[in-house]
Design a protein around this ligand. Structure first.
Ligand code: UD1
Length: 417
């Protein structure tokens, strides 16, 4: 199994290009199941979760080509299986995104129920509640959600928790339902709007994406189209922290700074100097790094997917910072590894008290999930000596060549097979 070796101490300097957003690409690929015509996607990151989704679509009978240049062509003409097997769903919870499209177009689906994962329970009750409101029957049998319908009908659906993939699943299903669906307390994440844009290009009638209320008028069928997915705001945010924590000077290109407003504002409060252009920003890390509290919330607030990376930064702060995680109940696994590197972090339920100013020292650490892996690399970039990060398959699920990109701006990092 691959490991990542980092020798800390180098300030990062230079430019880095951001890849397409994994969390926008995954629903876009699932949306291809809504049409018999070809969907051409651009800016698809060549990462593990994308290749897992390709396999999932292929096993259902779809034509699915994903190339390293970021293009993908998907055509769901002959779908012989309406099933997402456990073997694939267990490695990637976002497989649940095929449920809405399959039920809407084929009136039947069998999708393995995703279990919990390292960061929490992660139920899908709201996905199922919404489909049932639209006239589907959803039963859990042998670990699978078995959903069927005579035909979906529009419905008023209020989700009591903001759920990103839940909103996406129901929005996709509603495009082919009869009549109007109103999704209330919907997720406003840019990835939801990106999917809405794709669905509109396929002939879907959707309004209000990017707000808490999304209205969808069902249509009889959807057609093929071409769509470019948005840049990955979490990858961009990770490089922003890399610049700040190493007191470097990095230009992050091919991204959408607007999608990162809360992250960039937080890093500015923590002392970094940040200038933004339309499609890029530049981060100059400064001394001292200021300890500032942060709380995660749904978009447009500070994202849970940046919490671990920000915690790495706070280990180098000039005082104490409280990091509060409100989205997932068990998302501090990285803290335990950072403590092994010398960080002073105390966890109390959903809060972590991070006392800054500690010298981190390289150690052997284990990545527990995707963003945790990135945060350990960030900590390693300022640690004294050598850090070995194990279980980097988590990293490969969602970051496109992160070690090459970091090396290109001066990090001493390599992948060892
Ligand atoms: C998505 C992102 C993930 C990000 C998360 C929160 C993708 C592929 N993944 O995950 O990177 O960390 O949003 O921004 O886009 N919940 C329920 N019932 C449900 C669904 C969710 O109670 O049916 C709860 C979850 O347990 C969690 C909260 O809602 O506490 C938010 O989860 P959700 O937005 O659904 O996360 P994902 O869509 O799985």
């Amino acid at each position: 199994m691959d490991k990542i070796r980092v020798i800390g101490g180098n300030p990062l300097k230079g430019c880095v290009e951001i890849s397409g957003a994994k969390n926008a690409a995954l629903p876009a690929m699932a949306a291809s199941l809504l049409s018999a015509e070809a969907i051409h996607l651009e800016n698809i990151p060549y990462v593990r979760d994308i290749l897992t989704t390709r396999r999932l679509l292929q096993e259902m009978g779809a034509e699915a080509e994903v190339l390293e240049d970021g293009t993908a062509t998907l055509k769901a003409l002959d779908i012989r299986s309406r099933e997402a097997p456990y073997e694939l769903v267990k490695t990637m919870r976002a497989s649940i995104l095929v449920l809405g499209p399959l039920v809407a177009r084929f009136k039947k689906a069998r999708v393995s129920l995703p279990g919990g994962c390292a960061i929490g329970a992660r139920p899908v009750n709201l996905h199922l509640m919404g489909l049932e409101k639209m006239g589907a029957t959803c039963d859990v049998v042998h670990g699978y959600v078995e959903a069927s319908t005579e035909g979906l009908r529009g419905a008023n659906i209020l989700m009591d928790t903001v759920t990103v993939t839940g909103t996406e699943n129901l929005m996709m299903a509603a495009t082919l339902a009869e009549g109007e669906t109103i999704l209330d307390n919907a997720a406003c994440e840019p990835e939801v709007s990106d999917l809405a844009g794709l669905l509109r290009s396929m002939g879907g009638r959707i309004e209000g994406d990017g707000t808490r209320t999304i209205r969808i008028q069902g249509v009889k069928e959807l057609h093929g189209c071409r769509h470019r997915v948005i840049p990955d705001r979490i990858e961009a945010g990770t490089f922003a922290v890399a610049a700040a924590i190493t007191r470097g000077d990095v230009e992050v290109r091919n991204c959408c700074p607007q999608h990162l407003a809360a992250v960039l504002s937080q890093l500015t409060q923590a002392g970094a100097e940040i200038t933004t252009e339309a499609n890029s920003f530049r981060v100059r890390g400064k001394d001292p790094i200021r300890s500032k509290n942060v709380t995660t919330h749904p978009y447009p607030a500070f994202p849970t997917d940046m919490q671990a990376q920000y915690m790495a930064l706070m280990t180098q702060g000039d005082g104490s910072a409280v990091v509060t995680e409100t989205i997932f109940e068990n998302r501090f696994m990285h803290a335990l590894e950072m403590i092994r590197m010398g960080a002073d972090i105390t966890i109390d339920g959903r809060q972590a008290l991070v006392k800054g100013g500690k010298l981190l020292t390289g150690a052997k650490v284990l990545a527990s999930d995707l963003r945790a892996s990135a945060s350990l690399i960030l900590a390693a970039l300022v640690a004294q000596g050598e850090t070995w990060i194990d279980r980097v398959y988590h990293l490969d699920r969602g970051y496109c060549q992160i070690e090459r990109k970091l090396a290109s701006i001066g990090a001493n990092i390599e992948r060892v097979s």
